[in-house]
Design a protein around this ligand. Structure first.
Ligand SMILES: Nc1ncnc2c1ncn2[C@@H]1O[C@H](COP(=O)(O)OP(=O)(O)OP(=O)(O)O)[C@@H](O)[C@H]1O
Ligand SMILES: [Mg+2]
Length: 500
C-alpha cells in the first residue's frame, strides 16, 4: 500500500562524523589501520611519526607505496568508499572503506592526505571536523596547514607515496597533558606502539618491509619462536573455495630459553595471555592469541601452545571481522576442527610445561639427552631417571663396589618424588626451580662435565666424540657456550703453568 513519497533523511555531517570517531581505536590500533593501507599499496618503507613536542603536535604515516591520483584520493576520503560488497584483490587488507578516516579522526579533528603516483602531480585533501560542523556539509578542503605543507614537499620529492597527517589531536590522552608531563608518557606510549606494530605486522617485517617509528626500525615479534619450537602437524581446512592454513606450535619450556628470549616471547600481553589461536588475515595479525570461545580457558599449563591460522580476505563475513580488525568469531562449520586442533596442541603444550623433557626438543635441533624419562603404559605415566644418560652412566660404572646400591638409590628417588606436594605449589614456585638450575655453578658443571667426558674417553671414544656426546646431554646442553669457554680457559691456564 502506497502511503506517500519516500523521504530522504541524510545524516547530519557534523553529528555523524563525531560518532564515527568512537569505534574504540587506541593509538596503536589506529596506526595499524593506516599501515594496512600502506601495505595494500605495496609500500616497503613506512615511516610513523608521533610528534609530541612543541605546538606542532601531530601524527603522520608516510609510505613509498603506489600512491593515488586525484579521483582516487577524493573517493578514498569518502566515508564508506568501497564497502564490504566490493570485490578486492587477495592481498588487500581493507574491507569497509572506512579505516583511514575512522582511525585518523579517532585521534584528532583534522586529517590531511597527500599522495603522489609515479610521473604524476602531488595532490592533497583534508577533512576538518570543526569546518564540517560549521558548514553542515561533507566538504573536503584543499588548503594545507603549515605542518601538512612540510609533508607535501617530502612526498613531492618521492617517485610515489602517500602521507596521512593527523592534527588537532584531542583524543590521545597523554598529548593533552602539559609539555613537561607529556614527554614522560610519550616514551611509554611509543614503546606500546612499537610492540603492537612489531606484533601485528611481524610477517611483513620478516619479509623485508621496513617499518620505522621515529628514528628507529621496528623489529618483528615472532610469536612462534620458529627455530626453537616444536611444530605439530599442520592442516588445511577447506570451505567452499577457501582454504585455511593451521600451523600449531608448542613453544620451548622456560628452561630452554635465555631470560631475554623468555621475556621477549612473552610479548605485549605476557605468556598466559598470548596462548591460543593467532588469526592472520593476509599475513596481518588480527587476534594475537585467543581460544576463540571454543570452551577452553587460558591457563598457565597451556601457555606454550600457539597456533597460527591463516584466513583469506574472502571469508570476512563468515568470520565476522570488525572495522578495527581486532576481532573475529569462528564460523560454525570450523568449530569442530579448531576444537580438535586446539585440544591436541594444549595436550602437547601441557606435557612440555609439566615435564621439560624430550617433547621440548625443537624439531630441527640435534637430539638432546634428558635426565628424566617419561614412560606411558596406557594405564599410568611414570617418570624415571634415564640410566643411559651420560652422567648417570659414568657414575654407575666407576668400578665402585656400591654400584647395585646406587641403582637401588635411583629407584628409590624415582618412586618417592613428592608429586602430590609439588602439584600444590604455585606455578611460580616450581618455575623458581628452573631458574635455580640456570644459576648452576659453572665450576660444579665443569667438574661433572669433565668427569663424564673422561669416562667416555676411558671407554675408547676420542676426546672430540666424548665432548660432543656429553655436550648434548642435560644440563650441559643449555650451557654449551659457557662450558666450552671455561674448558678452553682451563686448557690454556694449564698450559701456562706447564710453560712456567
Ligand atoms: N597509503 C595509501 N596508499 C594508497 N592508497 C591508499 C592509502 N590509504 C588509503 N588509500 C586508498 O583509500 C581507500 C580507503 O581507505 P580506507 O582505509 O578508508 O578503507 P579501506 O582500506 O578500503 O577499508 P577499511 O575500512 O577496511 O580499512 C583505500 O581503499 C585505498 O584505495
Ligand atoms: Mg584501510
Amino acid at each position: 500500500m502506497l502511503r506517500g513519497k519516500p523521504e530522504e533523511v541524510a545524516p547530519d555531517p557534523g553529528n555523524l562524523v563525531n560518532s564515527l570517531r568512537d569505534f574504540g581505536y587506541t593509538l596503536p590500533t589506529a596506526l595499524a589501520d593506516l599501515l594496512d593501507n600502506s601495505l595494500t599499496a605495496n609500500a616497503f618503507h613506512i615511516h610513523v611519526i608521533v610528534e609530541t613536542e612543541g605546538s606542532n603536535t601531530h601524527i603522520a604515516v608516510i609510505d613509498n607505496g603506489q600512491g593515488m591520483d586525484q579521483n582516487t584520493l577524493v573517493e578514498a576520503m569518502r566515508m564508506g568508499t568501497c564497502g564490504p560488497q566490493f570485490l578486492r584483490q587477495n592481498n588487500d587488507l581493507g574491507r569497509f572503506g572506512l579505516g583511514m578516516k575512522t582511525a585518523s579522526l579517532s585521534l584528532g579533528q583534522c586529517l590531511t592526505v597527500i599522495s603522489k603516483q609515479e610521473d604524476s602531480d602531488t595532490i592533497a585533501r583534508c577533512w576538518d571536523i570543526p569546518y564540517i560542523q560549521n558548514v553542515h556539509r561533507w566538504e573536503l578542503l584543499q588548503d594545507l596547514t603549515p605542518v601538512a605543507e612540510q609533508y607535501y614537499e617530502q612526498i613531492k620529492k618521492k617517485t610515489s607515496g602517500t602521507a596521512v597527517i593527523i592534527e588537532k589531536i584531542d583524543r590521545v590522552s597523554f598529548m593533552q597533558l602539559p609539555e613537561v608531563q607529556r614527554n614522560r608518557y610519550a616514551s611509554i606510549s611509543l614503546e606500546l606502539i612499537r610492540k603492537h606494530l612489531a606484533m601485528v605486522f611481524h610477517r611483513f617485517i620478516q619479509e623485508g618491509v621496513k617499518l620505522q617509528l621515529g628514528e628507529t626500525l621496528v623489529p618483528p615479534w615472532d610469536p612462534f619462536l620458529c627455530n626453537k619450537s616444536t611444530r605439530l602437524v599442520c592442516e588445511r581446512l577447506h570451505f567452499m573455495d577457501n582454504s585455511i592454513g593451521v600451523f600449531p606450535f608448542v613453544l620451548p619450556h622456560h628452561s630452554h630459553l635465555t631470560e631475554k628470549e623468555h621475556e621477549d616471547a612473552g610479548g605485549l600481553h605476557g605468556w598466559n595471555d598470548h596462548q591460543g589461536f593467532y588469526i592472520y588475515r593476509n599475513k596481518r595479525l588480527i587476534v594475537p592469541g585467543s581460544w576463540l570461545n571454543l570452551g577452553f580457558k587460558k591457563e598457565e599449563h597451556f601457555k606454550l601452545a600457539r597456533i597460527q591460522v591463516d584466513i583469506p580476505n574472502t571469508m570476512d563475513a563468515e568470520w565476522h571481522l570488525n572495522v578495527m580488525k581486532s576481532h573475529v568469531s569462528v564460523p560454525a562449520y570450523l568449530r569442530d576442527d579448531l576444537l580438535r586442533i586446539g585440544r591436541a596442541a594444549r595436550k602437547e603444550a601441557g606435557e612440555v610445561y609439566r615435564f621439560r623433557g624430550e617433547r621440548a626438543a625443537p624439531t630441527d635441533a640435534p637430539a638432546e639427552r634428558y635426565i628424566w624419562k617419561r614412560t606411558d603404559n596406557q594405564k599410568s605415566v611414570r617418570y624415571r631417571i634415564d640410566i643411559t644418560h651420560p652422567v648417570i652412566q659414568s657414575l654407575l660404572h666407576t668400578g665402585c663396589i656400591h654400584e647395585t646400591l646406587l641403582r637401588h638409590a635411583i629407584d628409590l628417588i624415582e618412586r618417592t618424588v613428592p608429586i602430590a606436594t609439588m602439584l600444590q605449589e604455585s606455578a611460580k614456585a616450581i618455575e623458581g626451580g628452573v631458574q635455580a638450575e640456570q644459576q648452576l655453578e659453572i665450576e660444579q658443571l665443569v667438574e661433572m662435565f669433565s668427569f663424564t667426558e673422561q669416562f667416555y674417553v676411558r671407554l675408547g671414544k676420542t676426546h672430540k666424540e666424548a665432548r660432543e656426546m656429553v655436550l648434548m646431554a642435560e644440563p650441559f646442553c643449555r650451557f654449551q657456550k659457557q662450558l666450552l669457554m671455561r674448558l678452553q680457559l682451563g686448557v690454556s691456564e694449564g698450559k701456562k703453568k706447564e710453560d712456567g
